[in-house]
Design a protein around this ligand. Sequence first.
Ligand code: UN1
Length: 508
Amino acid sequence: MQDVLKQLGIKDQNSGTSTGLQWIESHGKTISSYSPVDGHLIASIKITDDNSYEEVIRTAQKAFIEWRTWPSPKRGDVVRQIGEALRKNKENLGKLVSYEMGKSLQEGYGEVQEMIDICDFAVGLSRQLHGLTMHSERPGHRMYEQWHPLGIAAIISAFNFPVAVWSWNAMLGWVCGDVCLWKPSEKTPLCAVACQNIIAEVFNKNGVPEGVSCIVTGEREMGDKIAKDSRIPLVSATGSTRMGKSVGAAVGARLGRSLLELGGNNAIIISRDADLDMALIGCLFGAVGTAGQRCTSTRRLIIHDEVYDKFKEKLVNAYKQLRIGNPLDENNHVGPLIDKAAVESYLKAIEKCKAEGGTFIVEGGVLEGPGYETGCYVKPCIAEAQPHFEIVQHETFAPILYLMKYKTFDEAIAIQNNVPQGLSSAVMTLNLREAEQFLSSSGSDCGIANVNIGTSGAEIGGAFGGEKETGGGRESGSDAWRFYMRRQTNTINYSKSLPLAQGIKFDL
Ligand code: UN1
């Protein structure tokens, strides 16, 4: 790992404040990043103090004045080169993601691949920031709309996708002409340092002004500061619903724009007409992939009572074969949780489920012994539960799966929708009527609804996000870019008179 860190430009002690090429000195608290994989100290980082925060904002504001005048395809070409640099660094960055966050190496590489994919998407987008034209009601008039850069886009990201989610925002923001201010999770700050080093080299080669890619680090207070700062027109935040409510309220209080991607409580409906072998793969990856720490992780299975026992047996057998251990060893399926606090929440959720009457058909627990010294490795577990249990209504960021039975498809949809969150959902069925009902306006109420695919692992091309307590924001593909720009409606009069709209006469 020393080699990887060195090649990514990570030192033992790092500044957590940057405007691009420059790393700014701060005087204050130091965060130490320990790997959940083996408990070793990876490196430490100084959090951003008030003075350096101000310097970052000043530099970002200045950079915006220039960056917004660059033609968008030219900005896109810079993003294309970032994609190239990420291809070169995929192995190292993927390893760091896996080591600092704890996800499997495959998933670490997968995350960097998502970054490369969004770069490609953004390059194309840089020539397609289209507005509409409208027919004016007045003769000799032309009406159209155009999209302009917004300013500073702040990105508050979570530990579970320490690099990809930032890149969805930053790559779009950059082709749109915004400058980005990234506050990475304090649990995975070194991933941000590595990304900044990769970006800075490309920006430097292309003469991109200092301040287009900024980093500030800190804990909750830093998020609050950003949310309240009216110099930041857009705050895109990924994390818990608790965090989103606080950020959303603070940004809303100053009438800023927030893009929130918060908790999920994602379910898969397993129909009587499902291909159960296929369903098994989707459920397994969804529930135990990233140790249940994706916002799209599968937390609930809603199973038709005629296939319930059969599917339960398949699932229990599959869980027996899971290999839990060092995520950098590609033979393992499941790595550790991010930290001890996450282990505590996992244990509490298990207790709560039992207290509410749930029965565990695959028991949970913390693993001990050689290889598990960090105390962060837990057993993925399965409980039979009822939809109304308080714990089932709640997102626990850990590999706990709740099984529930249904009789009619209407009932299955009602159970699926009857939670506060609305991110991702899926149905496993070969029955066309069920599939279409699930996707209809009276079907799933989530931002993502899939058929014969699990709830996690979305591609970057679609808009990513969800409804209700998930926050309503959409990031990544489709037309999510519009959120990073301001729309302007323009009317031009090329006639020799000035007729008023709505037929109003104003003659003197
Ligand atoms: C997240 O967990 O915040 O769909 C993002 C997925 C990934 C992204 C998850 N592409 O599971």
